[in-house]
Design a binder for this molecule. Sequence first.
Ligand SMILES: [Zn+2]
Length: 347
Amino acid sequence: MSTTSTFAGSLTPTAEPRDGAGAAARIGRLRRNPTARRMLAETVLRAEQLILPLFVRDGRDVARPIASLPGHAQWSVDRLAPEVEEVGALGVPAVLLFGVPDEKDASGSGAWDARGAVPRAAAEVKARSPRTLVIADVCLCEYTSHGHCGVLDAADAVDGDATLPLLARAAVAYADAGVDVVAPSAMMDGQVAAIRRALDDAGHRDVGILSYSSKFASAFYGPFREAVASAPSFGDRAGHQLPVTNAREAVREALRDEAEGADMLMVKPAGAYLDVIHRVRRRSALPLAAYQVSGEYAMLKAAAERGWLDERRAALESLVAIRRAGADLVITYYAKDAARWLREGAR
Ligand SMILES: [Zn+2]
């Protein structure tokens, strides 16, 4: 008999399962009782673990729905209050701000404009809902005329080293406006260290850094790029974001950002990268967030709209799976819905 068939044979039950009998135990016994099922849940999803992305834009009296992200809109800061108050009332503890400027330029100077949408929105959130944790995305791609995450060199390639001081400048502008945490998303080598140094020098020692440490060059960002109009006008981000094939490299990025002083790490996207969440979780003791990105949300939404999926069950299952893989926090467009569903389920 070959080794293979011996191994396979050892997994084949040769008799009826007997009570409490090791490999033949009736593992499902406890599942039959709903109380036991709840008591034995290995993974818990709470509203306190969710972060809602918010798109804030220049202008006045604007609430522009984003077609590919149903339920989400670009808000001018003067229209933000009801959204912020709802987030607080639902028990979602944190928002992640993205800016949508009216004007862009080659260096993305709107990113550090103290009168830009993100600094003004940060102040507005703090005024309306003081306990809400305000996180601000730090990148240049929403602000550059070419749509890349940094400034370009003579060959039209992203110049990481020249971009670092600009990212640091944006982070300090957001800290000046009152954000609790900055979230650098440009995937530039050295960005966490540069931002940490700039924050400390500006007296913002208590402002934390949530690094988008392991961000893949993913097709699942499609709807987001409509949301902030940040698609690159040429080329792509494969030169600085992670190849979708590489999990070890994603762990290296996470460990490097930890060494540079990140307070929290992130894996993005989440659903197709649960193995990466798990690997980073095992290698780092830092809090870990995962970003359920726009394409993940859009897929669930579209299927639910057609009646092909039970939206509530599928969305909560996707969030639990991200937690089970090892994420402490989930950034998700479902944050408000999930908080509502979890509250209804607890009644
Ligand atoms: Zn970017």
